[in-house]
Design a protein around this ligand. Structure first.
Ligand code: CP
Ligand code: NVA
Length: 306
C-alpha cells in the first residue's frame, strides 16, 4: 500500500479507517497466497521487554518477504551502558531500513521515531500494542466474515491491549466494551479518541460491570492482570480482577456464536480459565498465527514492495 510507505506506526491512530481496512485486506491476501510480495530490506528489533510472538512473527514475516532481521536488545548494545536514545536512533537509522521497538514509555518510542527517518513500529509500549490489534481484527474478520457491527468485549486491566482495541474497533465500525475495576481504567484520552472516531455510529462503552459488557457480545477478549513491568503487583491484583475472569459462566451471557481471544501469554485460571482457552470457542491459536500475516502486510506497506 503505497500511501503508508515511509510512515511510522506508533499508535493505531496513525492510520485512518480506510488505511486500516486496506492493511487487513492485504494481510488476508498475503495469508491466502493471492498476493506474494517481496521486500529485500533489513528490520531491527529493539526490545526492552520479553517477547515470543512479536519477536518471532516479525522475524519470520521479514524472512518470508526476502528481507533480513537484526535482533537487538539493550544488553547487546551500548544502550545498557547509557548511550542516549537520540544518538542510538540516528546511528541505527543509517544501517537499518525499519524498526520494531518494544519498550515501556510511549515517549521513548516517539523520541526514537523523531530522530530516525526510517519507519518505526510500536511493538508494544505501556500505552499501546497496535500490532496485536491488527492480528485481532484479522481474526474477527475471518471468523465472522465482517467487522462492521460486531461487538467485542474486553475484561480485565485497562492496559495497552485495551487501549489499542478501543482505537482499532472504533476505526472498523465494531462495538467495543471495556469492563475493568474502577482504578484500572483504560487511558481516558484514548477512550475519548475512540468515541470521536466512532462518532455515535458504534458503541464505545467503559463499565465496571462484566455482566453489562458481556450481554450478546460476539468476541470476548482478555489479557493478563499484571503487564510486564507490573510484576510486583501481580498477587495483590488477583482478588481485584477475579470478577473479570473469562470463564464458562461468563460465556453463557454472550452471543451463541461467540469467540474468545487472548493476546497471550495467558495465565490459566487467572484472567481466563483453562476450560475456556482450550474450549471450542477459543480462537487464540489462529489469532497468534495472524500476528505474522498482519505484520507482513504492515512491513511491506511501510517499506514498499521491491
Ligand atoms: N501477544 C504478544 O505480544 O506476545 P509476545 O509478548 O510473546 O510478543
Ligand atoms: N498487557 C501485556 C501484553 C503482553 C503481550 C503486557 O504489556 O505485558
Amino acid at each position: 500500500m503505497e500511501k503508508l510507505k515511509g510512515r511510522d506506526l506508533l499508535s493505531l491512530a496513525n492510520l485512518n479507517s480506510d488505511e486500516l481496512k486496506e492493511l487487513l485486506q492485504l494481510a488476508c491476501q498475503l495469508k491466502s497466497g493471492k498476493k506474494n510480495l517481496k521486500c529485500n530490506k533489513v528490520l531491527g528489533l529493539l526490545f526492552s521487554k520479553a517477547s515470543t510472538r512479536t519477536r518471532v512473527s516479525f522475524s519470520v514475516a521479514m524472512y518470508q518477504l526476502g528481507g533480513q532481521v537484526i535482533d537487538l536488545n539493550p544488553t547487546v548494545t551500548q544502550v545498557s551502558r547509557g548511550e542516549p536514545l537520540i544518538d542510538t536512533a540516528r546511528v541505527l537509522d543509517r544501517y537499518l531500513d525499519i524498526f520494531a521497538i518494544r519498550t515501556f514509555e510511549q515517549k521513548d518510542l516517539e523520541t526514537f521515531a523523531h530522530y530516525a527517518k526510517n519507519p518505526v513500529i510500536n511493538a508494544l509500549t505501556d500505552r499501546e500494542h497496535p500490532c496485536q490489534i491488527l492480528a485481532d481484527l484479522l481474526t474477527v474478520q475471518e471468523c465472522f466474515g465482517r467487522l462492521d457491527g460486531i461487538t467485542l468485549s474486553y475484561f480485565g486491566d485497562g492496559n495497552n491491549v485495551a487501549n489499542s482495541l478501543l482505537l482499532g474497533c472504533a476505526m472498523v465500525g465494531m462495538n467495543v466494551r471495556i469492563a475493568t475495576p474502577a482504578n484500572y481504567l483504560p487511558n481516558m484520552e484514548i477512550v475519548e479518541q475512540a468515541k470521536t472516531i466512532a462518532n455515535g455510529n458504534s458503541e464505545v462503552i467503559i463499565t465496571e460491570d462484566p455482566q453489562v459488557a458481556v450481554q450478546d457480545a460476539q468476541v470476548l477478549y482478555t489479557d493478563v492482570w499484571a503487564s510486564m513491568g507490573q510484576e510486583q503487583e501481580a498477587n495483590s491484583r488477583i482478588p481485584i480482577f477475579q470478577p473479570y475472569q473469562v470463564n464458562e459462566k461468563l460465556l453463557e451471557s454472550a452471543a451463541d456464536n461467540v469467540i474468545v481471544l487472548h493476546c497471550l501469554p495467558a495465565h490459566r485460571d487467572e484472567e481466563i480459565t483453562n476450560a475456556v482457552i482450550e474450549g471450542d470457542k477459543s480462537q487464540v491459536w489462529k489469532q497468534a498465527e495472524n500476528r505474522m500475516h498482519a505484520q507482513k502486510a504492515l512491513l511491506v506497506s511501510l517499506l514498499g514492495n521491491d
